[in-house]
Ligand binder design. Sequence first.
Ligand SMILES: [Zn+2]
Length: 408
Amino acid sequence: MDIRQDPFDLHRSPSSSQHRVSFAESVQPSLLAPRVRAVGPAPQQAINLRVRNEAPANSAAGVRVPVPSASTSQSSTTYMRVPAPVAPSRCKVVHVTGPSAERHVEPLAVHTVFPPRNARSAEFWYPDGNIIISTGGTYFKLLLSRLSRHCGYFERIANDRARTMVGGQRVVEVRDLELQDFYTFLRYLEIPMEHCVKEAPIEAALSLLRASRVLSCKAIGKLAEARLLGPWSSAAVPAVRDELAGRPYREALRMLELAQDISAPLARKQALYALLTDDQFWTDVASRRAQVAISDADLLLLYRARAAMQEKWRVHVLTPPKACANCGCISDEGARAVLWSGQMAKYTGTEVRDPVRSVEGVRTAVKGLATWCGACVDERTHASGEARDRWWRELDELLGIVVLEAHT
Ligand SMILES: [Zn+2]
């Protein structure tokens, strides 16, 4: 038999009778008496304990389950750990029947209490709770239905039949989560009347963001990000007189740093573009580089993006309207190009610092041009709108931005 099909053998070498103890032992060694007795047949679908194939089959600590990270970057995969199946050599396993991979672990010493009272959260220990969450050495007794409604992490646990019962209680250990972050998260989730994310102190908002990402809680994560980044987290194409227009570039630099710290690619893009378009920023870079807090790598990105954007701008502005069947003005292609470039040259004579917003001015100017018929004017104004949206998308590559779907 393939040892992976038998949960009791998950930690046993095929050639050895030695068993390694995992979660239950780490939870509370005192629970586990030396005598052991495995009762009942092995569950038919115990393979479910290996929750995802991506995870290695386990170390002594538990099964690690990849959790799609809501964070930006491309690389990081967060792992959650659900309790590993408990080896029978150190505890009494009872009542393993039916299709579920549920297993029950009972402390053999009658007087022991799980979890230890001094390790329980006084603030979040619901008498009618139905799941015990362990993180940072503290245990929380909570309502799984409420957690799973808001957090993808717990939704997966609720849907998964693999579970570990310790002393009749369902237990899940959450890794990669700071105790203080979880406390903050629970206060905002469980007591919303007293805690408003939109008004949260910055430190609390950072805690909420970290916890939300580990627990896949989109609702609180988005609110926390908005609290920290304000309009800088916007995915919208910059527009004339929008919220980000005209802000001092020092604010963009602060946002650039914060966006880096909390992995917020949309805010990073907005901050970099704000710098790209700021005259004072470039003046200061040229005259007192040391006092401008931006890395050489980011500055190089901006130089390249600046040159690329100017080329895109010139190509677009000097492109004459395409002659169409409805064109009622100039039919000769060469004459059209000469006339158009002559009329538009003044928009390409100097560097246009903010092409994305400036394109609106070109659209207005095109509408006022003499000589051209309505069809030609419409074609160019439509093309200007498309160019603006395309440039904004292309800035992702120019600025090295990777935006996951979860951030859009
Ligand atoms: Zn025409």
